[in-house]
Design a binder for this molecule. Sequence first.
Ligand SMILES: C[S@@+](CC[C@H](N)C(=O)[O-])C[C@H]1O[C@@H](n2cnc3c(N)ncnc32)[C@H](O)[C@@H]1O
Length: 273
Amino acid sequence: MSEISPFVKWAGGKGQLLEELIQRFPHEYNNYFEPFVGGGALLFGAQPHNAFINDINQQLINVYKQLQNDAKTVLDIITNLDKENCDKEVYLSKRTQFNEKISNNIFDAECAALFIWINKHAFNGLYRVNKQGLYNVPYNNKKGGRSCIPNNILGIGEYLKNVSISCLDFEEFCKNVQKGDFVYFDSPYVPVSTTADFTSYTKEDFKLEDHQRLANLFKNLDKKGAYVMLSNNDVELVRDLYAGYSFTSLEVKRLINRNANDRVGKEVIITNY
Ligand SMILES: C[S@@+](CC[C@H](N)C(=O)[O-])C[C@H]1O[C@@H](n2cnc3c(N)ncnc32)[C@H](O)[C@@H]1O
């Protein structure tokens, strides 16, 4: 198994919790399901067998699919993009090109390469879209640097050859989970400081009702006989939703957070086993 790591910086990337999460894998399981794969820190760190991955972000999932299909082509396009020195004008023109693909529903290798390139040049590596679904993150003002490590991209492509990839809502995706399977949930977090508008929606549009839906699914999968592991912020709502399950609380530093006070916090790993 070759060493691979995320091809993007992603909000909620599991870098620091990685070892803790890997240690908690069940000793034996049939299939591995990751409904909120995001940057795939755990997926690439553990490289589980019989993996099924999913995310609702179509552009992100296109990158996984293109790398699975032909990582070399994606790598060649990124290498070409990296030949040009980046400045604000170049960044904005690539962002426009990427948005044209989104508007025209074009999911191809170039779109995947642009996704990886833009992630390296966007402010804080954020992925944020406007109401029309167009990517609107500003330039990070860092000129140079490669957008990827070639062997990492090729290694990811190799690993993904045996992975099943989908783009569904998490509940739909988990309909295929059977007794003896292992599911890891890393949904968008419950905010640390719960603001009054949280009940309507969060910045990631993962609402309170989605967290409730997720907790119900966790319980149903538990009843079904699957192994279930979940990470989230260590806040009261999470403690309430998963009361009765096994909790481990850990201190973490957060990379992507506008509020400096929220950059250190506690997260929980919850398991039903
Ligand atoms: C916290 S991130 C996952 C982080 C990831 N484990 C990593 O290591 O980078 C949450 C992910 O959930 C996805 N997501 C949000 N709502 C979803 C839904 N209803 N169903 C499936 N995925 C969803 C987002 O696109 C995002 O990539």
